[in-house]
Ligand binder design. Sequence first.
Ligand code: MD3
Ligand code: FE
Length: 203
Amino acid sequence: TPAALVPGAYILRGFASEQDQQLLHDLQTVLAQAPWRHMQTPGGLAMSVAMCNCGRLGWVSDRAGYRYTTHDPLSGKVWPAMPPSFAALAQSAAATVGFARFVPDACLINRYQTGAKLSLHQDKDEQDFSQPIVSVSLGLAATFLFGGLRRSDPVLRTELNHGDVVVWGGQARLRYHGILPLKPGEHPLTGDVRINLTFRAAG
Ligand code: MD3
Ligand code: FE
């Protein structure tokens, strides 16, 4: 088992590197069915991160709050299927750190353009917190913040680079976390953006 960043959080540096082109190709198939959109916070502000989903369930935010839906509110259709390359990578990363039974039913896809950020938050819209979350970083690097179980707890930071995969389980599952505003840059595979795939067992 790799070393834990904090108890329960395992960084697998470069774990997705060999599949990067396949993942980005399959992402295009998803986006052809469900385009990027800037969701609204419950307070009515547009999020700076553009999002999309694939899998049986998709995470949405609007004036009514945060929740998982089976259908894309933009099209009224079910979310695009999770590409086998996505599911296989998430399951293999989870199994590497001991979550052999992890079966993601939701993949939230985040796109950061210059300046886009994700404020400190907890992921608690899922049914079963004993299941981990697997995140895959592609493209430009970003500074990841992770705090504790209370918003006021001290925050550590680490860089997430292209190909890095993090499995958040156990005690790390409910920690506050966020992403600092993306710095401008150019990546050979994604151009001027960072893409993050987060896999969840949400239902
Ligand atoms: C720690 N995404 O989608 S990935 C999110 O880079 C989210 O787009 C960030 O936070 C991103 O909710 C961070 C790393 C991550 C994802 C989920 C976590 C860290 C986590 C859930 C619990 C604890
Ligand atoms: Fe999160």
